[in-house]
Design a protein around this ligand. Structure first.
Ligand SMILES: Nc1ncnc2c1ncn2[C@@H]1O[C@H](COP(=O)(O)OP(=O)(O)OP(=O)(O)O)[C@@H](O)[C@H]1O
Length: 577
């Protein structure tokens, strides 16, 4: 018998916990501040009413004006405090959500972050967060108004029980209808958002494939029509949303004015109120109308903010969890002898392809200072292996050992710090690394060695010229990687965009230079047989690794023996606090 899942209880509000308002002490403070502001406002109102009644009786009162001024000041001060407290609490909580995003990006699993879905999650998360932030000022004013209306309502109760009861009944009926309508109107915005996302996707296809669409009319027409349809759909939904909102707001204004008329025209005629009470009740009703309409106008905003908060909470729940707790004291080992992979397997789940793809089992020893070359046909798993070795992709089976000791989660951070890489999709940051471990002199030397020193001048403000050709960018990435001073350099098809000179220099010279700088080099290449420059050559065949017999043994001249691995005296970058 299948076990029944316990029903998942949906929280009453996704917004309040997200903006830090699920906390009882904060809520109490807010409530007390808000009620004080509301009570002071009410006292201002009562002093106005007392003055009005006095004038009607032909008396001039002394005290109301003083009370009015004092209560007005107190009301102003506490309203300001209420709105300020609510907004500062909410914005701090939202900043904390942004910090969570940051932790997810920097500490979440690399495999998950590479997933396109993850990028979309961060974009969408920031979008929802920004929407909530934009709605908050309105909502906090409305919350203040709600308290003002609540206190004024209690006062109305003392003046006219019938009127107050009638108002309550009307508020329940009109309120529930109004919230339902606001939710329906909000749903239009959700549909519009879907259209917008599709439209943005279309735009990015048009920009990314701009050369292709300029050359091919059929493809251009097809994409243009799809984007145009999304723009039209988005426009229609937004217009309907605007119309509905307009209708809702005018209904509310009409209902409030109509309700005031019942008090002024009907109640006195029915004998439910004396003429003497009329100015008092009327002034309370008029007083109530403003906060009520402010509050009601904010209902659609609240519904929208709840919706955004719900979506944000769902996204946060699916974002990649931190792989480890970052340590201030974690340091890459200053020296190492070998890196070993023992029975390592890594699998990409099926996703869009019919079958999952697995590399492994991989058994490999990389002595410090050696050169490891990886060859194999397209899609055989070379780049994947390059990300498994530094444990960017964490294997589901087997172990990676540093100096014979398995690298577990607690050493992951310092282990990864041994490596720098120029992957196929490498990224060059706008500025050079700032830490002391970055060797500026070596960087300049490498730029000259790679013949791009004139293209990457010293700018003084630290900004790098990244407007280079593909091959030149790869050379720049290599110069940075070398100057970063880490013991192991990973290069994924570095020569793929290089000219004939640099393709030749790579195998004849560059690898040797890296080795002479004390680096261990692990590289992928399609450039024929590179085994002559390698201590270890690997061939990947459909995810499986083979070590050709003639290259399995390390070269006697340059490679430290695996039995007595070389110990490199490397200054590794220290983690900055
Ligand atoms: N993110 C991913 N999710 C699922 N499968 C993937 C992913 N990335 C790569 N693959 C699959 O894994 C296999 C190995 O990919 P990999 O990039 O390691 O190959 P490669 O040997 O480096 O190829 P190339 O020489 O073309 O660069 C490919 O068949 C590819 O379809």
């Amino acid at each position: 018998m299948s076990k029944r899942k316990p029903p998942v209880s949906k929280p009453a509000s996704a917004l309040l916990p997200l903006i830090g308002l699920a906390d009882r002490p904060i809520l109490t403070r807010l409530f007390v501040t808000g009620c004080t502001a509301a009570a002071a406002n009410l006292i201002s109102l009562m002093s106005l009413s007392a003055e009005l009644s006095g004038w009607m009786r032909g008396e001039v009162l002394d005290t109301p004006f003083l009370i009015f001024c004092l209560s007005l000041l107190v009301g102003y001060a506490f309203s300001k405090r209420f709105v300020g407290l609510l907004l500062t609490t909410a914005f701090s909580a939202l900043a904390e959500v942004r910090r969570r995003f940051l932790r997810h990006v920097t500490l979440g699993s690399h495999a998950e972050i590479l997933d396109l879905q993850a990028k979309r999650s961060f974009d969408l998360g920031n979008y929802h967060l920004e929407r909530i932030a934009a709605l908050l000022p309105n909502l906090s004013i409305a919350a203040n108004m709600m308290l003002v209306a609540g206190v004024a309502y209690l006062y109305l109760w003392t003046l006219s029980t019938v009127g107050a009861t009638l108002l309550l009944v009307a508020a329940v009926f009109v309120g529930s209808w109004y919230v339902r309508e606001a939710q329906r109107t909000r749903a239009l915005l959700g549909d519009a958002k879907d259209r917008e996302l599709r439209m943005l996707q279309g735009f990015s296809e048009l920009v990314g494939g701009n050369a292709e669409i300029k050359l091919g009319k059929a493809r251009r027409d097809e994409l243009t029509q799809a984007v145009e349809a999304d723009i039209a759909g988005w426009e229609e939904l937004k217009r309907r949303h605007g119309r509905n909102l307009g209708e809702l707001f005018s209904w509310i204004a009409t209902i409030i004015i109509g309700f005031s008329a019942v008090f002024v025209f009907i109640f006195p005629r029915m004998g439910a109120m004396s003429v003497a009470e009329l100015p008092l009740v009327t002034s309370v009703i008029l007083f109530l109308a403003r906060p009520l309409s402010k509050f009601l106008n904010a209902v659609p905003d609240y519904v929208a903010a709840e919706d955004a908060a719900g979506q944000l909470a769902t996204l946060l729940a699916t974002m990649p969890a931190a792989e480890y707790a970052p340590s201030r004291h974690a340091r890459a080992p200053r020296r190492f002898s070998s890196i070993e992979l023992r029975g390592v397997r890594f699998t990409y789940p099926a996703g869009l392809r019919p079958e999952p793809f697995t590399i492994g089992p991989v058994d490999l020893t990389i002595p410090a200072g050696s050169v490891v070359g990886i060859m194999g046909s397209n899609g055989s798993g070379k780049s994947t292996l390059l990300r498994v070795i530094p444990l960017l992709f964490r294997p589901e089976e087997g172990h990676v050992l540093l100096d014979g000791q398995a690298v577990e989660t607690d050493r992951l951070e310092s282990y990864r710090d041994l490596f720098c890489a120029v992957f196929q999709d490498h990224h060059i940051f706008t500025r050079l690394p700032q830490g002391t471990s970055f060797d500026e002199e070596l960087f300049r030397e490498m730029l000259a060695y790679l013949k791009i020193d004139r293209l990457v001048p010293e700018t003084g403000d630290g900004l790098l010229n990244r407007d280079l050709s593909k091959g030149q960018r790869r050379r720049l990435a290599l110069a940075i990687a070398v100057a970063e001073g880490r013991p192991v350099i990973i290069l994924d098809e570095w020569t793929s965009d290089q000219d004939a000179e640099f393709r030749t220099r790579f195998t004849n010279e560059i690898i040797g230079k890296l080795q002479s700088l004390g680096r261990t080099v692990i590289f992928v290449s399609h450039d024929g047989d590179v085994s002559s420059v390698c201590d270890v050559t690997i061939r990947m065949i459909n995810g499986r690794m083979s070590l050709p017999a003639e290259t399995a043994a390390p070269r006697p001249d340059t490679t430290p023996s695996t039995a007595r691995p070389a110990v490199l005296e490397m200054e590794c970058p220290q983690e900055t606090a």
